[in-house]
Design a binder for this molecule. Structure first.
Ligand code: SAM
Length: 290
């Protein structure tokens, strides 16, 4: 039985496999023994619910997920970890390891092949360099996922879970709010990892919504509007939208009037329904933008 949160065990295992940690791939492994059981318990995996993990590393969280989930599929990019995982997870009969880049992988195919008709949650200690693009991929591809429970840098946790209308919010918070109900579950200090990163982390949970909270005529365009609004967040909404979407100020002013939004507001003051109202009014101008 491996104690994968014990530094001595990790060092022995890695040295036996001739493995050197890659900073570039965000390889900070969890060594605080209470964190993985807590993530596994709170992610929603269960006897009837499978788990998808991104970046199993040496398998410390994977093992905990295997105890509670019907089945675990874990995607690891670093080929050198495959023999390590084969060893540490040799007793887990409900785990499949896939080798590849989670950002590039066809996840619909993964779901069809490994989770047909199953209920699925995502649970992972994410490599920090892929946090936003990976979460956006999981949300935008509308995979049949019930919830996403991930460890991210503390700053990112704040930004991802910020409600619209507060200073920390940004385009990514708007997208998260559109697809999910986000919540910060608990903080994890940098000393909980081997090697310790410079900053602390937090575990967040995104409960995927069945329906978006606002009506949008064109979802892709709504996100274009949101991105343009936050691109220069200190500018007024009138100036950011005109510059970001290449539409005349007069047209944007008319649209803001129809959507009942002040032209001098800033992106961080607007609600999701105000963004949706602006996008719905501007949508007919979309062809002119291209
Ligand atoms: N789950 C382990 C733990 O909690 O100790 C390891 C987490 S470590 C922060 C991130 C893991 O993600 C590493 O094993 C790294 O090799 C892997 N990884 C990095 N980029 C990836 C990508 N694009 N797709 C899949 N895995 C990736």
């Amino acid at each position: 039985m491996y104690q994968l949160s014990d530094i001595g065990v990790i060092e022995e295992l890695l040295s036996r496999h001739g493995f050197h940690l890659s900073h570039k791939l965000g390889q900070n492994f969890l060594i605080n023994p209470s964190v993985c059981p807590k993530m596994a318990a709170e992610c929603g995996a269960g006897k009837e619910v499978c788990a998808l993990e991104i970046g199993p590393g040496i398998g410390v969280l994977t093992k905990e997920l295997a105890k509670v989930a019907k089945k675990v599929v874990a995607i690891e990019l670093d080929e050198r970890l495959l023999p390590v995982l084969e060893e540490t997870l040799s007793e887990e009969k409900n785990v499949e390891i896939l080798h590849g880049d989670a950002l590039e992988m066809d996840l619909h195919r993964v779901f069809r092949e490994f989770f047909p008709g199953e209920r699925v949650v995502v649970c992972a200690n994410l490599p920090y360099y892929i946090t936003s693009p990976l979460l956006m991929k999981l949300l935008e591809e509308k995979l049949p996922i019930e919830a996403i429970t991930v460890m991210v840098q503390k700053e990112a946790a704040r930004r991802l879970c910020a409600p619209l209308g507060v200073r920390e919010c940004g385009a990514v918070s708007a997208a998260v709010q559109y697809y999910a109900e986000p919540k910060v579950l608990f903080s994890v200090s940098h000393g909980s990892f081997y090697p310790p990163p410079k900053v602390d982390s937090a575990v967040i949970r995104l409960a995927i919504r069945k329906e978006p909270p606002v009506e949008s005529a064109d979802e892709a365009f709504l996100f274009e509007v949101i991105r343009a609004s936050f691109q220069k967040r200190r500018k007024t909404i009138l100036n950011s939208l005109s510059a970001g979407l290449s539409i005349s100020k007069e047209q944007i002013e008319d649209a803001l009037r129809c959507a009942d939004v002040s032209p001098s507001a800033r992106a961080e003051n607007l609600s999701l329904s105000q963004f949706a109202a602006i996008a719905n009014v501007l949508s007919p101008c979309k062809e002119a933008i291209k």
